[in-house]
Structures are given as structure tokens and as C-alpha cells.
Design a protein around this ligand. Structure first.
Ligand SMILES: NC(=O)c1ccc[n+]([C@@H]2O[C@H](COP(=O)([O-])OP(=O)(O)OC[C@H]3O[C@@H](n4cnc5c(N)ncnc54)[C@H](OP(=O)(O)O)[C@@H]3O)[C@@H](O)[C@H]2O)c1
Length: 261
């Protein structure tokens, strides 16, 4: 059920952090992987490491997904490399730009850019790769959303924990990703393509100690997510035949954060 030998995946933002975790777990299941970064050099370096470690074919590509033409071009390069793409992990995103996170203090340019990366870019990838999958009659699309798209945040935790937090435009984009996942799943189900989302909670990555403490206390499982570990199971499940009867869902990988209201 979890065997991906002979399959090919495209992982956007797959050169580092959670995207690289996704690429690693797919490669470990035998899947060939194409990964992207805004830096082609960085994508190539990570791709070479994936091939060396897991013995699969890999391709590193430059992609800034705010431009639709760049998405089309990157996907064309993937199809020059392999005849078909079976799995799309729509992971690239995040960030809040350089201006403050609070809406009234935030630069409009940062708001627009965040929406372009986290919502438009995800849609462009769904459009180009989804069309290819629909023509073939099979495929798995996994969109990485966020619990920020599921519930409002307690900003006191960020202030007390010494962080600027993430802006409401991030929540808007991620809620959009969850919405488009459900609707696209309906559109692509008759064409044999499953579309699901994963909403990670906060992952521990050098935040101030006080923030980690507050966040962990607020989380039923008592800790933040771990890079290199906690996202992988959900990625493998939603990319493999194990989830063939699952579509249009949003799986929270958040230690239970969203169950407490
Ligand atoms: N970390 C968390 O706690 C958390 C929680 C909930 C959801 N998420 C979501 O999970 C995903 C991965 O998060 P992360 O923490 O691994 O993020 P990260 O460390 O900030 O990395 C962001 C990734 O997105 C790529 N990216 C950013 N802008 C891009 C653009 N314009 N075009 C193409 N690629 C772009 C980056 O690629 P390069 O820098 O290599 O170009 C990088 O791979 C994101 O969608 C994020 O919103 C993360």
C-alpha cells in the first residue's frame, strides 16, 4: 500500500525543510522525485543528495511560483525528464515578508506577494499538473495548507513568546488552499485524481524558548512538530495507494492543536 516504486513526484519547495522531508519520505518509498527551489543550484544540490541516499532518480529545478509562465516551464522540464507525474506535493509557501505581521501596519506589497505565493502559486501548480493527471486518469495532489487556515490564532502567545506571528493574509491564503482542495477534489474525482490537503501546526525551528513552552502547553500532545519526522507519515499516506478512497480532505498534523477551542 505504501510502495511508490516506479512512480514520479513533483515536490515544490522540496529543497529544504518540510518540502525536503516530503521528498525524502517519497524517495524512501521508491519514488523518483523532482524538487524545486527559487534557487536552481539549491534544488540540484538537494536532488543529488536524494539520489545518493535513496537510489532514486531526481531532478532539481528553479521555480518562482508567483509567475504562471514559470510554473508551466518548470512542469515542461519535469515531463522532458519523465513521461508522467503521479504525485504533486504543493508545498512551497510560508513567509510574511519584511513588514510587520499586524494588518494595519503591514505593507500592501507584502500582502499581495504572500497571497501570490501561497494561493495563486498553489493554484497554478494544481492547474498544470492536475490537467496532466486528469488526461492520464490518475494522480494524487497533496496541498500543504496550515492550521492557520482552520482557526484563528491567539496572538497573546506570539507577543508573550517574543515572535511577530504570522499575518491574516497568511490565514486567508491557507484557508483558500483548504477550500480549493475540496472543490478541486470534486472536479477531478471523475478523472481519477485524488486531491487532499495537510495542515501542519507549528514546527519547532529555533523559536524563542518561551514561545515553544507556550505553544507546547497549548498543544494536546505537549510539543511542537519536529522537522525530519512529523510530516512524513501524512505525506506518504496521501501520496500512496493506502489513501485511494480518500479525497477532498484536510488532515491536520498538529499534535491536536485544533481540537481545543
Ligand atoms: N513550518 C511550519 O511550522 C508550518 C506550519 C504550517 C504550515 N506550513 C507550510 O508548510 C509549507 C512548508 O513550510 P516550511 O516551514 O518548510 O517553509 P520554509 O522553511 O519557510 O520554506 C518555504 C519553502 O517554500 C519555497 N518558496 C517560498 N516562496 C516561493 C516562491 N515564490 N516560489 C517557489 N517556492 C517558494 C521555498 O523555496 P526556496 O527558499 O528554496 O526557494 C521553501 O522550500 C509552507 O506551505 C508553509 O506555509 C509550515
Amino acid at each position: 500500500m505504501f510502495d511508490l516504486r516506479g512512480k514520479t513526484a513533483l515536490v515544490t519547495g522540496g529543497a529544504r525543510t518540510l518540502g525536503l522531508d516530503a521528498a525524502c519520505v517519497l524517495a524512501a518509498a521508491g519514488c523518483h522525485v523532482a524538487i524545486t527551489s527559487r534557487s536552481e543550484e539549491s534544488a540540484r544540490e538537494s536532488a543529488a543528495r536524494l539520489s545518493a541516499e535513496y537510489g532514486v532518480d531526481s531532478l532539481g529545478l528553479g521555480l518562482d511560483q508567483v509567475r504562471h509562465a514559470a510554473v508551466v516551464n518548470a512542469f515542461r522540464r519535469v515531463l522532458d525528464w519523465k513521461p508522467a507525474v503521479d504525485i504533486l506535493i504543493n508545498n512551497a509557501g510560508g513567509g510574511s515578508g519584511t513588514s510587520p505581521a499586524l494588518l494595519f501596519e503591514r505593507d500592501v506589497e507584502d500582502i499581495d506577494e504572500l497571497l501570490r505565493v501561497n494561493l495563486n502559486g498553489v493554484l497554478y501548480c494544481c492547474r498544470e499538473v492536475g490537467r496532466h493527471m486528469a488526461e492520464r486518469g490518475s494522480g494524487k495532489i497533496v496541498n500543504i495548507a496550515s492550521i492557520a487556515g482552520m482557526c484563528g490564532r491567539d496572538r497573546r502567545m506570539y507577543t508573550q513568546g517574543g515572535l511577530k506571528g504570522q499575518p491574516v493574509d497568511y490565514a486567508a491564503a491557507k484557508a483558500g488552499v483548504i477550500g480549493l482542495t475540496m472543490d478541486l477534489a470534486g472536479y477531478l474525482s471523475p478523472r481519477g485524481v485524488c486531491v487532499n490537503a495537510i495542515s501542519p501546526g507549528g514546527f519547532e525551528r529555533g523559536q524563542p524558548e518561551e514561545f515553544i513552552r507556550l505553544y507546547s502547553e497549548r498543544t494536546p500532545l505537549g510539543r511542537m512538530g519536529r522537522d525530519g519526522i512529523d510530516l512524513k507519515g501524512a505525506i506518504l499516506f496521501l501520496s500512496s495507494p493506502a489513501s485511494d478512497y480518500v479525497t477532498g480532505q484536510n488532515l491536520a498534523v498538529d499534535g491536536g492543536f485544533t481540537i481545543w477551542h
